[in-house]
Design a protein. Structure first.
Lengths: 151, 497
């Protein structure tokens, strides 16, 4: 129990760090990719396949399916799916965006874990995602401000 | 920018093998093509009036035979060339998957298991909802006895039935991911030594206790699996089509290299696509397949593609478990190893076979074949046709949901007819091993036309919902309330049949 709470705390710190670095680097997601890589390595130590993290519906055999090899390719493949899952019109993020609440990256870690139903081993990945959301802002992350994407 | 957009569209294109549907954004593809690529397509298809392209316009021309087409292609940039090659091949890729699932014993094995899984869930889901609500984590890793729980015997028996089917499907690559690492062990039985496959040592592993296969070097967690065979065939068929378009001679070399560079760069794609091609190219002392393509004489490249295609076709004739044999006979991987080694040996010994089918018949009677429990292909095909028919009858008797029953009836019916039709022909299949790579051009009968095109069947939304849910539930993480809601929706209140 103490170990799990320490890991939660560490992840919250990481999320804040990622958010700060993204802001400092003018919106570059490189710090998040680096954090994702560390999170992926941590997750893979659990023996679970990385592909299990993001539900994708019926399995399809594709023309040239991409392979997540690092933080950047992970985000290129799964970023859109993550956004679609987190930003639905019934989601907590949507409610928060409407109320104009600003959330810290640390407070978003638990939200990301819960909303994506992630297993405990994926907390490092959730921290990186939380950092991205906090640094971009909910509106920009969910693209709520784009007319075609208003939930 | 156009090529990047085309890549995105084509990467989002997928054949959904369980529901038999092609997912493809036709509008987005045509909007993403650059102006010059669009202009080339009009020239290459000899399209003189606006409107959708007909089959003949799309597939009825050999570009090398028309000077205007070859000149126009030569004038395109590398990216534009890739755009048009992607445009003219993606359907061949997905059609290859579609035909493979509907016309081979491996397809019968997979669809038979998807049917049996649904039937087992029909029994298990009400018990799960009553006794547990929703299992934590991925269903494929679920152990109802973990944590000191003691569900009813009825529950355990029903769970075991679903679990055993799902564990088998998982090993075969159904979820698109390897199993939990604890279910992949080094070696085959007591044999932990590397196996030399086409001059290259590869590590043996056993997946889920029954699938003997090998690891993919430098790709942690990946192993040679049926998807590797399916994707290899799909890619080969596309390359054979490009070869045909360019006259099957030296003119095809550049387009093939452009195609592979643009869509199949090793560091960006799943290893399934080119692992086998790299492995086979290694036997000709090449670092990888791309090097082989750049230097091999075109006739050798053609033979190479035909041999690899034939080895994969041979592998897909692995049947569902037959009463008189072990899991070895049902392994497409074991059949593939046998075929690759056989072809390589025959090439080295300069043993010539008139056709790939003759070579496959010789593989069946080779002395090492008895160790793999191989049996006569006609016997396999007849068994599969009968098996699909038997499952079809079970479906009619036992599946309560009329929509899902209708789906399984369609799939198993098509398989029964296609496999039965193949019995007297054995390995011969013009759509299974199409001369120029295009499966539809191998169709020879009216009945094939009724059963095999994509538009011959549209799965109901409920069917798609089921396969989407079961894939997420079995291999991913879902909220317990959404699991309970979906299981209730699919199995909660059905009138007894």
């Amino acid at each position: 129990m103490a170990e799990s709470s320490a890991s939660q705390e560490k992840s919250e710190q990481l999320a804040e760090q990622v958010a700060t670095q993204i802001r400092q680097q003018g919106g570059s997601l490189d710090p998040a990719y680096k954090a994702l890589e560390a999170g992926i390595a941590q997750f893979q130590q659990s023996g679970l396949p990385l592909e299990s993290l993001i539900p994708a519906g019926e399995r399809g055999l594709g023309f040239a399916a991409r392979h997540a090899k690092d933080g950047k390719s992970f985000w290129e493949i799964y970023g859109k799916v993550v956004r679609n899952k987190l930003c639905t019109k019934n989601s907590k993020l949507h409610t928060l965006a409407q109320s104009g609440t600003q959330l810290s990256a640390a407070s978003l870690v638990g939200f990301v874990m819960g909303a994506l139903a992630l297993p405990a081993a994926a907390i490092g990945i959730a921290a990186a995602i939380a950092g991205i959301i906090a640094s971009l802002g909910i509106d920009a992350f969910c693209e709520y401000t784009k007319p075609a994407n208003v939930a | 920018m156009s090529l990047e957009e085309i890549r995105e569209v084509l990467r989002s294109t997928a054949y959904m093998s369980a529901s038999l549907q092609l997912e493809f954004e036709v509008q987005r593809l045509s909007e993403s093509l650059s102006g010059r690529a669009k202009a080339f397509i009009w020239i290459a298809t000899h399209k003189y009036e606006p409107g959708p392209l007909t089959f003949k316009e799309t597939w009825g021309h050999v570009w090398a035979e028309d000077e205007q087409t070859t000149d126009s292609f030569a004038a395109l940039s590398i990216d534009e060339k890739a755009e048009v090659l992607g445009f003219f091949t993606f359907q061949i890729h997905e059609l290859t998957h579609h035909f493979d699932f509907l016309t081979t014993p491996f397809g019968v094995n997979v669809h038979g298991k998807l049917f049996r899984e649904y039937r087992a869930f029909q029994r298990f889901a009400p018990l799960l909802l009553r006794e547990v609500a929703a299992p934590p984590g991925r269903f494929v890793d679920y152990d109802p006895l973990a944590g000191g729980q003691r569900p009813s015997d009825e529950f355990l028996a029903a769970w075991r039935e679903v679990h055993d089917i799902d564990a088998t499907l998982e090993a075969l690559g159904d979820g698109g991911m390897p199993p939990h690492a604890q279910n992949v062990v080094p070696g085959w039985g007591n044999d932990n030594k590397s196996i030399v496959l086409l001059n290259r040592p590869v590590d043996r592993i056993t997946v889920r206790g029954f699938l003997y296969t090998v690891t993919v070097p430098d790709e942690p967690g990946w192993y040679l699996r049926p998807s590797t065979i399916l994707e290899t065939r799909a890619l080969i068929h596309c390359l054979m089509w490009v070869l045909k378009l360019f006259g099957k001679d030296e003119r095809a070399r550049e387009p093939i290299s452009v195609y592979l560079d643009s869509f199949y760069a090793r560091d960006t794609i799943e290893p399934d696509y080119i692992f086998l091609l790299d492995l086979f190219a290694g036997a000709w002392e090449n670092d990888d397949f791309l090097s082989f393509v750049r230097t091999a004489p075109m006739l050798l490249l053609q033979q190479f593609l035909m041999m690899t295609d034939a080895a994969c076709w041979y592998a897909l004739q692995a049947p569902p478990p037959m009463p008189d044999a072990s899991a070895v006979r049902s392994s497409p991987i074991i059949r593939l190893f046998h075929a690759l080694r056989f072809f390589y040996g025959a090439y080295g010994n300069r043993t010539a076979y008139t056709t790939a089918v003759d070579a496959m018949m010789a593989m069946d009677s080779a002395k090492e074949a008895s160790g793999f429990e191989l049996t006569d292909i006609s016997q396999i095909l007849a068994y599969c046709a009968g098996f699909a028919q038997y499952l079809g009858q079970l479906n009619q008797r036992e599946i309560l949901d009329p929509v899902l029953r209708g789906h399984f009836d369609h799939v198993l019916g098509v398989q029964q007819r296609r496999l039965f039709q193949r019995v007297p022909k054995g390995y011969i299949s013009y759509s299974g091993m199409p001369e120029d790579g295009h499966p539809v051009l191998g169709i020879r009968s009216e009945k094939d036309v009724d059963d095999l095109p994509f538009d011959a069947y549209v799965a109901d939304a409920r069917v798609r919902d089921w396969f989407s849910f079961r894939n997420n539930f079995v291999y991913h993480y879902l909220h317990s309330e959404s699991v309970a809601g979906s299981l209730t929706d699919f199995f909660g209140d059905k009138t007894q049949k």
